[in-house]
Write a protein that binds this ligand. Sequence first.
Ligand code: ACO
Length: 389
Amino acid sequence: MTEQTLTASNEGAARKPQKAGLEGIVAATTAISNVDGQAGRLVYRGYDIHDLAHATTFEEIAYLLWFGYLPTQAELATLQASLLAQRQLPAQLLTILRDLPAGTAPMDALRTAVSAGGMYASVQGQPTIEQAIALTARFPLILATFHRLRQGLEVLEPRADLGYTANYLYLLTGREPGAEHVRGLDAYLVMLADHSMNASTFTARVVASTASDLASAVVAAICALKGPLHGGAADKAQEMLTAIGSAENAEPWIRATLTSGGRLMGFGHRAYKTTDPRAEELREMARHADPVGFTFARHVEELAVAILDEIKPGRRLYTNVDFYSAVLLSSGGIPVDLFTPTFAVARIAGWTAHILEQAANNRLIRPLAEYVGPNAQTFVPMEQRQERQ
Ligand code: ACO
């Protein structure tokens, strides 16, 4: 076969529709979270993210997203007990994780495990909160198990005396994490738990709208999150900081990247036309967690925002959530290729809340495409078609 016969014709489809990327399209109604991109405001069920970031735990936020209100002590204890009861992986999953080829990326391992787990565990049929709890409880286990196996280390048993976040860190490292470390990661998980109609949540809702099962909708969401234009930017932002390497190299590196048509990872956002409020919180957390890493990142941020404004005037490109996440997660000893999976450990709460919301008031999501291909072609039988040159 020649190269030509393998190349699809994209001539017509390359023309952008009026609302390319569904920009500005309202695809659902939701009572879960809202982004005001002009004001730089994010709310979960009406509560400002700045108020929630340091005053709540991930479990409280999962409760808020799933049930619609902040839990009392007793309600939180019930949820914690339910999460604890689900802190186990089916034995077959361990075999699957052990048998993955060397070099498997953690997001691929997560996707495979959730997909396989959907067949072994009770996450099929009509989506329920119980299924959401089960999957949420298993995400940290899957990633920590995979991470230990790939290093040839013993897989640890989850500890019943540790909460969701502390348990994740313990299972990854084998050490009981310090309170400050847990608090930092907990605030990160709180801030990344949901974000309205982002690409992965939209994907989850599309799958849920076909009346498919919760595990399938979550697998699809993982696939969308891993792309570098979405959650995959967390790893890439760290790689960018590593590639820049020094304060002196920042300006030439940024200019060279932008003038060659590249993008700065951790900058720009479809919704925010001002600083992402989560980036503001993460910036302050990074300042305390890793003063040296912070100083360098802040220098890169200031230059990047100024040069983006110069080279891309009017686009209003600022730091997004992934930039300082990279600094914070690095300072906490999380390996770079676990940044995006750790994002998923937070976002599973939002995905499942949206899947439940979609299922509760469902209508198939089925948009249109503007057809730009040829019309009224005359059909030519195979024996009369000319070979392409
Ligand atoms: N670096 C350089 N230029 C950028 C960047 C960036 N990070 N982001 C946008 N631009 C430019 C584009 O080149 C484009 O310029 P043009 O008008 O000259 O063609 C213009 O800004 C608009 O870009 P779009 O891609 O149309 O903006 P969109 O709203 O679709 O993109 C996105 C949003 C994908 C996040 C984009 O800003 C980007 O690629 N950022 C880098 C990747 C990243 O950090 N992703 C994480 C986002 S947060 C999250 O998903 C958790």
